[in-house]
Design a binder for this molecule. Structure first.
Ligand SMILES: *[C@@H]1O[C@H](CO)[C@@H](O)[C@H](O)[C@H]1NC(C)=O
Ligand SMILES: *[C@@H]1O[C@H](CO)[C@@H](O)[C@H](O)[C@H]1NC(C)=O
Ligand SMILES: *[C@@H]1O[C@H](CO)[C@@H](O)[C@H](O)[C@H]1NC(C)=O
Ligand SMILES: *[C@@H]1O[C@H](CO)[C@@H](O)[C@H](O)[C@H]1NC(C)=O
Length: 370
């Protein structure tokens, strides 16, 4: 479908290229026509725009129009992007708001020089910056971001595992951050606490696999006092969050809608922490309790009692759950669409089939490789 649109678009543009200078001037004098051309061009890829810009003066002008570059994803060109090509795009990006550089710049193609000159020139209007798997990033790069992008609301540093722990301290200067992804980075506790102190608008935070954070209870407590509007939190594989930390978190962050507590080995259902969680966050939509541990029927029943908006529940690997509590949950949560019960030893294929036929709108996932 998309490529059909692209094909038609190119056919229209081919006609434009054939016009005389007089005709193109006439076309361009009408705001309506200019708008129409912009609309057509908005269907093209960056590579198309760059090629087309070379075809004629009219199209060069339109292909370089900053309105075509409010959102720019350079991820598809990760293998070719260099300091030079980034510099080449700079003049067109005066209105840039969202930039995706994920996977780019590896093996020396992008350097501090190219990155920082782009950021210094174009950072002011940026609200979203995707930098996952950018191994060229170093501490000076983060310093440049913190100085040049005062309006930034979203920052994704997922899997930037070569960034030195010290680099993360710069993030606390981005005080309007609402979404921050630090999955699989080397951030340490001090830097994280400072970010949470200075970025009170945080809505979405991913701390999955941040193995250098020492004490997650301290982090939970800071989240509860500073980030009361938190909507989603990913603590996948967090080393040592306890029931005390979780209790504090859910008492402070009542707006939580998504919570990933997968593979958190120190949370024990016997403390009542999962039931308290269910009682504290009535807006909960997605909950991951993935692991091989203690979640039990009373936890599921409390979710059924308190979280009617639940859409997605993952209890992979919990042995204590019975079909009865799952049925209660399915009845109480009409919006449920996904229930993962893989490796739940009491829930066999026959139970899954029965529940699936009673609740056909829910995908009940059961891995069969056990
Ligand atoms: C930007 O990169 C991310 C990976 O960080 C990718 O998942 C996403 O689809 C990209 N966004 C756009 C708009 O291309
Ligand atoms: C951040 O990047 C990762 C990895 O590419 C992607 O999967 C994820 O969706 C992104 N997260 C956000 C919140 O944009
Ligand atoms: C978590 O780690 C910190 C620092 O290593 C330690 O002080 C705290 O007692 C740990 N908590 C648990 C529950 O192990
Ligand atoms: C759960 O733990 C048991 C024993 O500790 C192990 O045999 C089993 O493979 C584990 N299951 C999962 C899903 O990790």
């Amino acid at each position: 479908m998309l490529s059909a649109v692209r094909f038609k678009t190119l056919a229209v543009l081919r006609q434009l290229v054939l016009l005389s200078p007089f005709q193109t001037a006439a076309i361009n004098s009408s705001p309506h026509n200019r708008h129409l051309i912009q609309l057509i061009l908005s269907h093209l890829t960056l590579a198309d725009l760059c090629r087309l810009a070379q075809s004629c003066k009219l199209l060069h002008q339109h292909c370089c129009d900053p309105l075509q570059y409010t959102q720019l994803s350079l991820q598809p060109y990760w293998a070719r992007l260099s300091d030079a090509s980034l510099g080449h795009l700079q003049s067109r990006c005066t209105l840039l708001q969202r930039l995706n550089l994920s996977w780019t710049g590896n093996r020396g193609a992008l350097t501090l020089t190219g990155f920082s000159s782009f950021m210094k020139a174009r950072g002011l209007s940026l609200v979203c910056l995707e930098l996952s798997c950018c191994h060229f990033l170093n501490e000076p790069c983060l310093e440049v971001i913190s100085q040049s992008c005062p309006r930034l609301q979203e920052l994704n540093l997922s899997s930037c595992d070569r960034l030195h722990p010290q680099a993360f301290t710069h993030i606390s200067k981005l005080i309007h951050l609402r979404r921050l992804v630090l999955y699989r980075t080397k951030i340490e506790q001090t830097a994280l606490l400072s970010i949470l102190t200075f970025c009170p608008e945080m809505r979405h935070l991913n701390l999955g696999s941040c193995l250098r954070i020492e004490d997650y209870d301290v982090v939970a407590s800071m989240l509860a006092t500073r980030c009361r509007s938190l909507c989603s939190l990913d603590l996948w594989r967090c080393r040592n969050l306890t029931d005390r930390g979780l209790a504090e978190l859910v008492a402070g962050c009542r707006m939580l809608e998504e919570l990933d507590l997968g593979w958190c080995p120190t949370l024990q259902s016997s403390t009542g922490c999962f039931q308290q969680l269910a009682r504290s966050v009535p807006r909960l939509r997605k909950l991951f309790l993935t692991a091989n541990r203690t979640v039990c029927d009373s936890d599921i029943e409390e979710l059924a009692n308190c979280c009617p908006l639940l859409q997605h529940l993952d209890i992979l690997g919990t042995r204590l759950i019975s079909a009865v509590s799952l049925k209660k949950l399915l009845q109480a949560c009409p919006r449920l669409v996904l229930l993962d019960v893989s490796f739940c030893s009491q829930i066999d294929t026959r139970v899954v089939q029965e529940l699936s036929s009673l609740f056909p709108n829910v995908a009940i996932k059961k891995s069969f490789t056990q």
